[in-house]
Design a protein around this ligand. Structure first.
Ligand SMILES: [Zn+2]
Length: 121
């Protein structure tokens, strides 16, 4: 059995390019530039969310339904019909809310306590 030495740990936690990229791409909601421009033009470069703090001018494309909650591959979700033009402040608010909901959902699935183990009955 191989012992995990600090040196080994360092080796696994650094990427080949040497940067400090996070292990998961959760929250990376990048939309291809061409598609984003298509969505922005369709929505007239106006933010579709209009949350508090909205600046009105949309520069980003947002997934109307959060990709993570759809449970589909990102490639399937990236279509103009599932996207809307949004401004930076609104996008940040929506992304944060979706991330919080995603974490809560993840936690609920992993820590169910409502069903007692059959062996304990
Ligand atoms: Zn906005």
């Amino acid at each position: 059995m191989a012992r995990i030495t600090p040196a080994r740990l360092r080796k696994v936690s650094t990427t080949s390019s040497g940067d400090t990229a996070p292990a998961s791409n959760w929250g990376n909601r990048g939309v291809p530039k061409k598609l984003r421009e298509q969505v922005l033009r369709r929505d007239g470069y106006r933010c579709q969310l209009r949350y508090d703090g909205c600046i009105g001018e949309a520069t980003e494309a947002d997934h109307i339904v959060n990709v993570a909650s759809l449970g589909v591959a990102r490639a399937q979700a990236v279509q103009p019909v599932g996207l809307q033009a949004v401004c930076v402040p609104c996008h940040r608010v929506k992304t944060q809310a979706e991330r919080t909901a995603g974490i809560a959902r993840h936690y609920a699935q992993r820590h169910r306590t409502d069903e007692p183990h059959p062996g304990l009955l």
